[in-house]
Design a protein around this ligand. Structure first.
Ligand code: ZN
Length: 246
């Protein structure tokens, strides 16, 4: 069941003066145009999991003026808190859905958005979301890790390996069955969430470059960045291989 939290923002888009000035400021940035802003306001992003990096991503997506932002989480309290933290930041329509990731209705829920953000802690759910996104051809902006170490991967069906294939290719063999024990400090989640929001904005606005077959590992304590390239679809995979052929 979907519902707008606390009554939602409403169906009509109301451009109040501070939102207008925000758009004017964005237009003044190098490389921005009215076409790009139009694509942003026509775009939609679904954030699966709003209790860590997903919450940060939501804030930046709403501030950027993405037309519709779906907040999805199994915890209604977390949903309500997330909604309250982003409502009114812009004219974006923010919608909430209390839902635990499962394979039954994931396709119909994800199909409503242009981009899916992985803000989940449960690795089985992450892999399931990857399967669904591959099947319906939606890009998935993945982030996973714990403590100060994360990997980031923007998965584009037909150009990317799925998460199940990408992890072993990237040397990530021990996908945990349980959520990580070592939680991250807000600073790390802030960087991860901002990264995910920016990748989503690039996809929707059609700006910049997204290789689709590159995964970045980051250790913010040591300052080491490693990019693993060549994560192409695997022909023998029923998920990414089939997406590449279609
Ligand atoms: Zn695959």
């Amino acid at each position: 069941m979907s519902y707008p939290c606390n009554g939602g923002i409403g169906e009509q888009t109301v451009l109040i003066p501070e939102h207008l000035s925000n758009k004017v400021r964005q237009l003044a940035l190098p490389g921005m145009s009215t076409d790009i802003l139009s694509r942003l306001s026509a775009g939609s992003v679904l954030i699966a999991g709003v209790q860590s990096s997903g919450l940060v991503a939501a804030k930046y997506l709403v501030e950027a003026g993405v037309g519709k932002v779906w907040l999805v989480d199994e915890d209604p309290k977390a949903l309500s808190a997330a909604y309250k933290s982003v409502e009114g930041l812009s004219e974006s329509e923010v919608l909430c859905r209390a839902w635990k990731v499962d394979g039954h209705d994931a396709e119909s829920i994800f199909s409503q958005s242009d981009v899916i953000i992985d803000g989940l802690a449960n690795w089985q759910e992450k892999l399931l979301v990857s399967d669904v996104c591959m099947h319906i051809g939606k890009p998935l902006v993945h982030a996973g890790g714990s403590g100060f170490r994360y990997q980031l991967f923007t998965m584009c069906p037909s150009r990317s390996a799925c998460l199940r294939c990408a992890f072993p290719l990237a040397g990530i063999d021990d996908v945990p069955l349980q959520p990580p024990e070592h939680k991250s400090i807000a600073t790390v989640l802030g960087i991860v969430g901002a990264w995910q929001a920016l990748e989503s904005i690039k996809l929707i606005a059609k700006i910049g470059a997204i290789q689709g077959n590159e995964l970045t590992k980051i250790d913010w304590l040591s300052g080491e960045f490693e990019t693993i390239r060549g994560l192409d679809p695997r022909k023998d995979c029923p998920d990414c291989g089939r997406a590449a052929k279609s």
